[in-house]
Design a protein around this ligand. Structure first.
Ligand code: SF4
Ligand code: FES
Length: 365
């Protein structure tokens, strides 16, 4: 198959974050500050990415504002010709820092929303005062004139706030909102019982989004990530493995997707040891699930394989114990009925206890 250059790169600048959302997609084993790439190492990675053909750079974390050199990193990426998007909770950004980021050439901001009021947002984010601070940051973003996207992760505990989240996006002058029903990777997997939406909630969310798309046409673009476990067909995860994008973890490990390290038989390269171009084209992990040759039945002879690429490899591992299996979200998977039953059982529970994201306690010296 012909391998094309990647279009987008997600740089997880750090796993440090003042918030501790229970659905964080970061791995359970978070990278510590001392392992993070230096300013120069990130700069080198950005230049290599631009050379490779990457157009969009998403600066993420953890909380990217936890990096003191964020402004410098944005300037370097912009200088390399990359479109820069900052994915942030807003915590750690002051008006002064935002103006410096504007001067450095930052193109776009994505602000996360944990809830539409302080009680919900601060409980889900595990950070008191976070919501008020975020609203202040949203005001500065509007004043400076950054194009803004809101990222609202919704789940059983906050889905009733979806209409208000859409109204907030309009009031804030956002151009786009991503309404993502929680996806069960990373920390969210630990919280399935507390976060799984009911099937009725998942359907209602779709209806609300469809109605709002018509009403707000020309004002607000709404992206929607449906409730995976309640669907009949899987999402095209990463637009196909190793086909349009790549991630770099805080320590320089280059990954085909944010959860790829959960697949134990894959081995990953680091930008510290190998050029990004070589990793993209020849890296063992990137070639493991590229194209269609790896597919089992029913995917191999399926008319949808070019649409969803067999779903998500990490989810297949988590739910079927085999990263090479058909994603059990698919109604054609032999495991689909089992998954449906599991989803309904989680959704019917009343336990709202959250396991918050945290660094593992340090080993005793
Ligand atoms: Fe997609 Fe495979 Fe299901 Fe076909 S069988 S719809 S390719 S996941
Ligand atoms: Fe890894 Fe979907 S998250 S392939």
């Amino acid at each position: 198959m012909t391998v094309r250059p990647p279009l987008a790169m997600l740089a997880e600048l750090t796993h440090r974050c003042p918030l501790s959302c229970p659905y964080c997609s970061n791995p359970l084993d978070l990278a510590r500050k001392e392992t993070e790439l230096s300013t120069e190492e990130w700069a080198g990675a950005f230049r290599q990415a631009a050379d490779l053909g990457v157009l969009h750079l998403h600066l993420s974390g953890g909380e990217p504002a936890s990096r003191r050199d964020l402004e410098e990193l944005v300037a370097t990426a912009r200088g390399a010709g990359l479109y820069t998007n900052l994915i942030t909770s807003g915590i750690g950004l002051t008006e002064r820092r935002l103006r410096a980021l504007d001067e450095a050439g930052l193109d776009h901001v994505q602000l996360s929303l944990q809830g539409t009021d302080a009680a919900m947002a601060d409980r889900i984010g595990g950070y008191r005062g976070g919501f008020d601070r975020k609203m202040q940051v949203a005001g500065w973003i509007a004043e400076i004139g950054f194009p803004l996207t809101l990222n609202a992760v919704v789940h059983r505990q906050n889905l009733h706030q979806l209409p208000e989240a859409l109204d907030m996006a309009v009031r804030m002058g956002a151009r786009r909102i991503e309404v993502a029903i929680v996806q069960f990777h990373g920390w969210a997997m630990q919280n399935r019982a507390a976060l799984m939406p009911t099937r009725a909630q998942a359907e209602e969310a779709r209806r609300i989004v469809e109605e709002a798309r018509k009403r707000l046409l020309g004002t607000l673009v709404i992206d929607f990530v449906p409730a995976d476990y309640h669907e009949d067909f899987p999402k095209s995860c990463m637009g196909g493995w190793g086909s349009t994008g790549l991630n770099i973890a805080p320590d320089g490990t280059v990954l085909p997707c944010h959860a790829a390290q959960t697949i134990p038989h894959l081995s990953f390269d680091s930008v510290r040891d190998r050029p990004l171009r070589e990793i993209w084209y020849n890296g063992a992990a990137f070639n493991a699930y590229r194209g269609y040759d790896w597919m089992p039945e029913p995917c191999r002879s399926c008319d949808r394989k070019q649409i969803d690429h067999g779903g998500c490899r990490c989810q297949a591992l988590a739910l079927a114990g085999d990263a090479g299996a058909t994603d059990p979200v698919c109604a054609r998977s032999p495991r689909h009925a089992e998954l449906r039953a599991k989803a309904d059982a989680f959704a019917a529970g009343s336990d709202e206890t959250l396991t918050y994201r945290s660094f593992a306690p340090a080993e005793p010296a």
